[in-house]
Design a binder for this molecule. Sequence first.
Ligand code: NDP
Length: 465
Amino acid sequence: MAKYDYDLFVIGGGSGGVRAARVAAALGKRVGLAEAYRFGGTCVIRGCVPKKLYVYASQFPEHFADAAGYGWTVPAARFDWRTLVANKDREIARLEGLYQKGVENAGGETFRSRARLVDRHTVLIESEGRTVTADQILIATGGRPNPHAALPGHEHCIVSDDVFDLPELPGTIMIEGGGYIAVEFANVFHGLGVDTTLVYRGQEILGRFDMDMRRGLHEAMEKKGIRILCQTIAERVERRADGRLDVNLSNGETLTVDQVMLALGRLPNSGNLGLKAAGVERGKTGEIVVDSFSRTNVDNIWAIGDVTNRIQLTPVAIHEAMCFVETAFMNNPTEPDHDVVATAVFSQPEIGTVGLSEDEACRRFPAIDVYRAAFRPMRNILAGRDEKMIMKLVVDHATGLVLGAHVLGPDAGEMAQLLGISLKAGLTKDDFDRTMAVHPTAAEELVTMYAPSYSIRNGERVSGR
Ligand code: NDP
């Protein structure tokens, strides 16, 4: 008889946990997986997927406006929030089913329950009040929005978990934060017709991104009518008698809005998991500490995804899951590769980026050449839209290696995926130059920027057009 009930028990049915459970089960391992809320996790249920659907929804007013320049007369459009929410719910339910079935069809067993470690090989399935045992245990419980408990009145605010299912679309919203979620939702709400103010503590939105992308997006958002207040924080939020919210800002202003959304980063979901009972170590922000193979200090317990607070992105969690399966079950120790990760911000216009920003490249390399183009994409011309697209390659002068590629404009996310392959492969500017352009596209600019726009030596700009 087997020593344990399962070869692998996974706690958390998000992108990472489901992938590990499904692949391990397909290898013939006896796998159990417990999910406390809904299969699919943050990405599918209240993150990337519904967000992208709402981004699409919010883009239609610009499409309607642009259509006139192409000869179309579009009658006055009306938007119905509840229809969008209901249609989103249907799609999310479909995906959730696929996630759960994926594990079950591979031979894994699923539990809709919280699960907690009792010791290093025992897991309590809370809804059933019974314990199971497992040889290997994987924790993939993800993260949750930072509630910003230090802000007086934070209990009146919403976070990204709440935003998809608001009973009605607010007329006005203030969003605090300058990261992915704040910027994406500022654009979503503005596009849906909501009077939107973005409040950010730093000098420029989207810290860690290339400055041209940050400034270019900031400008484009303001031109659309989104108010952006940098170097400002909310100091107090109060509910008024009429149900609206007064927000006192550090710049002395008081905003009165229907909703306040906080998008101030995400915290690892590592509470009430029995980590202490099993002897699993946590770090300063509550993250589960793992080695380069995603193994915790307890050698049969592993953790992947946002609960480890490495890179909080779905594809990274999935990659970590695949490496975990290789290491734990295929006798092929594989470290996740966290280098050169392409990413996109689904703002309007989008940002697609991979590799080093200009500033970061300057810190690491003595001689940098920057190739930069700013132009109106073709589709904006007849539309009469003066929004510019920016493309930028950051190149190591000594080797010609393309260190960073950054795009602001339509479909930048799609481009980032392909640029990611080029940078991962370690291609040089010469490789870009000898690649034939695809005409007429916006992306052809990436292979037709022949002369550097400027060069930087030891942090100083030494030449430039
Ligand atoms: P981010 O880490 O992107 O941004 C957090 C923002 O909150 C920063 O601007 C930060 O400011 C600010 N902040 C943090 N604490 C405070 C505070 N106490 N007071 C005021 N401002 C504060 O987190 P998000 O919540 O936007 O998103 C979480 C993660 O989810 C992202 O890091 C990303 O990995 C992932 N994600 C990815 C998406 C994508 O791939 N398109 C979309 C959405 C989320 P500062 O810059 O000064 O530190």
